[in-house]
Design a protein around this ligand. Structure first.
Ligand code: 6R9
Length: 697
């Protein structure tokens, strides 16, 4: 991954690990029970129960409900990077031996490859070009309106990145300076990220659906020299004036003593011409007027593996967003490797991730992971239901997408519509599907698998977080059978453990708090400007572990089942119930399209279960249906889990990344309507009013 020994002066540790991760030849293990027993003894417990997994593979496992297994086809397994549990265990072990570092109980300081010099932009672009991929498509761009399309080869992308890097240097951006990027999914968004990385500047992408207050809050925290935005964007049929939002945020920041030198604005002609945009001479600069004048080559700034790469703000349990800081070397190794193995990436693939670069998924799996592997990436500006629910499959057929990575919420929203929107497209190019963001309920998994993937594409249900930088628990799609709704096993080198309230590790079949026992290269290094909060939030709750904030259970075969944030656990008469469990039960009802469950105060039980339910298109509410939904939950989980209230919900409040805003639902459920808080980040703010109106139906 490094440029050359002389130029980079990389320490052999980096090179070694990269060699092991990316280039090591793995001997195909021959099936031999004795060998399995041996490896089981040596194997860290977190990676699952190898003998049980082996029994499954050998067909010796007894059929049971937990054994709802979906095997990769022989054809798929044969060509996969990792094609058997043995191979996985061998790779896991070899990596594990390389470096195991558990978390100290005192101050936390994570470092990987410190002293090695590298540059992630170099590894995404120059290195691929030097190895013969100059003319390979790096980005296929599809606009909001069908028919709007563009593309860039790797060498064209490098030219554009270098021009912007040169511009940024010219206006005074230096290594270590912050740059805020507030752009929709134009090609200029990954271009801006890569241009910052090339010169060692620290980018902080703010999702372009955030309000001016949220943007200001982030600007005030990271004090960027430059903000990069565009004048306007079209979302569906609506035009949004981004530059006005940035102006308001900059005014707010100035009031707090933070002034930004330059606001570089891309003229998004498709949305709106530049005329009419408010302009401040001196500060405001049109991208098209200046950037293209700069040279298309730009020296790489070699940075230490531990120099910061980016800051990404994420919500915490308090109002103040947390600035998650990732550094360069470890993140690079981790995003590249997880991408390659979890999607079984091959150079001939065309890859599409529907996430926005405003979220971590867009950082690791739109820009860095795929480009480090020299992949052709689809970047989509629009929404999956515009102009209709077939848009995704239209794009899949158009670019012959082979790997499609999305969120369960999108799967469920498309499931509500007629299957004809899917089946009228070929989708023959697809070979791997992916899911991220929340637990995928088994019925959505099956629809995704059977209808979208024609029952032949494995699904990588990838569990990870902004903080983890890349996949932590994920199927390797050719290596072992899947269970719908389970993220399966840890990625190489990751040691997940399940602990009880006291922080004691629980073995075998269990549920509890998901922690990580050892350091991994993609881990975030701090919360920007608040290392104390970093330690308190993540490393204090269970001493010696990284606490994920998620609940998890492990079945008899060692498969991991994420049950949602532990703050979403409801305690009903002493019974712990995951909101995800109840939701999954509700959604299994043929008339329920989506459900969100929150806890509400209950006089007798402590907490009661309050369920917001969206019905399948065209289905009327009725008392009979309410009873039948409650009965479904009683039948699937138990009487103690029966919802106390079903609240009919034409839609659910979601962030633009598709996460249900439970905070708002909890307030609606407990009728604290004056405490709804900030609803500006919702994808559709009007659903909140609808829900309030329907409260007593
Ligand atoms: C990548 C991303 C992290 C939280 C995480 C968990 C939930 C993500 C999941 C999943 C179950 C999966 N989550 N992937 N839960 N199965 N495959 O989404 O990062 O926005 O930081 O959210 O999302 O609760 O803790 P982020």
């Amino acid at each position: 991954c490094l440029s050359s020994k002389e130029r980079c002066r990389a320490r052999c540790q980096t090179a070694n690990l990269l060699g092991v991760l990316l280039g090591r030849r793995i001997r195909m293990a021959t099936d031999n029970k004795l060998r399995f027993v041996t490896s089981m003894l040596e194997f860290p417990s977190g990676a699952g129960n190898i003998s049980a997994l082996n029994a499954i593979i050998l067909g010796e496992a007894l059929a049971s409900e937990e054994n709802d297994l979906v095997f990769p086809s022989d054809d798929f397994a044969r060509q996969a990077h990792v094609s058997s549990p043995q191979q996985y265990f061998e790779m896991y072990k070899s990596l594990h031996a390389l470096r195991i570092s558990t978390f100290a109980k005192g101050n936390i300081s994570i470092q990987w490859f410190k002293g090695g010099l590298t540059n992630i932009c170099y590894n995404c672009l120059d290195r691929n070009i030097e190895s013969g991929n100059a003319d390979k498509i790096a980005i296929y761009w599809e606009g909001n309106d069908p028919g709007l399309q563009d593309s860039l080869t790797y060498s064209q992308l490098l030219d554009k990145v270098c021009q912007l890097s040169n511009y940024l240097k010219d206006v005074g951006v230096k290594k270590g300076d912050a740059v805020v990027i507030y752009l929709p999914m134009l090609m200029e968004l990954p271009i801006a990220m890569l241009a910052c990385a090339r010169i060692g500047a620290v980018h902080s992408v703010v999702f372009a659906g955030y309000s001016s207050e949220s943007l200001a809050q982030r600007i005030i925290d990271c004090k960027p020299k430059v903000v990069i935005t565009c004048n306007a964007v079209k979302r569906g049929a609506k035009v949004i004036h981004l530059k006005d939002i940035v102006d308001a945020a900059l005014a707010e920041s100035a009031k707090n003593g933070i002034s930004v030198d330059v606001c570089l604005t891309y003229e998004n002609q498709i949305a709106l011409k530049r005329e009419g945009t408010k302009w401040k001479e001196g500060k405001d600069v049109w991208w098209q007027d200046f950037v293209p004048k700069y040279p298309t080559t730009c020296e790489v700034e070699w940075v230490d593996a531990e120099d910061p790469l980016f800051l990404l703000y994420t919500s915490g349990s308090t109002g103040k967003p947390k600035g998650v800081l990732h550094t360069t070397g470890g993140y690079m190794v981790y995003s590249a490797t997880t991408f390659k193995y979890a999607f079984d990436y091959k150079p001939s693939d065309v890859y599409w991730c529907t996430a926005d670069c405003g979220w971590i998924t867009g950082h690791s799996y739109v820009t860095y992971g795929p480009m480090l592997n020299g992949a052709s990436v689809v970047v989509f500006e629009g929404t999956p239901t515009y102009p209709d629910a077939g848009r995704c499959w239209d794009i899949v057929d158009k670019f012959k997408v082979t790997i499609f990575y999305t969120a369960p919420t999108l799967v469920r929203s498309l499931m509500r519509e007629s299957n004809e929107h899917v089946t009228r497209y070929s989708r023959k190019s697809l070979r791997v599907l992916g899911s991220v963001g929340e637990p995928i309920n088994p019925s959505a998994w099956r629809w995704f698998f059977n209808v979208v993937g024609d029952s032949r594409c494995p699904i990588s249900d990838t569990w990870w977080q902004t903080e983890t930088g890349g996949f932590m628990i994920t199927p390797l799609p050719g290596a072992w059978p899947q269970k719908p709704g389970s993220a399966t096993f840890p990625f190489f080198g990751v040691q997940p453990v399940i602990v009880d309230e006291k922080g004691v590790e629980i073995e075998g079949v269990c549920s509890g708090y998901l922690c990580i026992k050892n350091s991994w290269p993609g881990a975030f290094r701090t919360l920007y400007g608040d290392h104390e909060r970093y330690e308190t939030t993540y490393f204090k709750p269970f001493a010696g572990y990284y606490f994920t904030g998620d609940g998890c259970s492990r079945d008899k075969d060692g498969y991991h089942w994420l049950t949602g944030r532990v703050d979403d656990v409801i305690n009903v008469s002493g019974h712990r119930i995951g909101t995800a469990e109840v939701e999954s039960a509700l959604v299994s009802h043929p008339k329920c399209a989506e459900a969100a469950v929150v806890g509400v105060e209950h006089e007798v039980k402590g907490q009661g279960i309050y369920a917001f339910v969206t019905l399948v298109e065209g289905e009327p509410y009725s008392e009979e249906l309410r009873k039948s939904l409650v009965l479904t939950v009683r039948n699937q989980i138990g009487a103690f889990a029966a919802p106390d209230k079903i609240h009919w919900a034409p839609g659910l409040p979601k962030t633009r990344s598709g996460k249900i805003m439970r905070r708002i639902l909890r307030k609606i459920a407990s009728k604290q309507l004056d405490e709804l808080g900030d609803t500006s980040t919702l994808a559709e703010p009007h659903v909140v009013e609808q829900l309030i109106e329907l409260a007593d139906r």
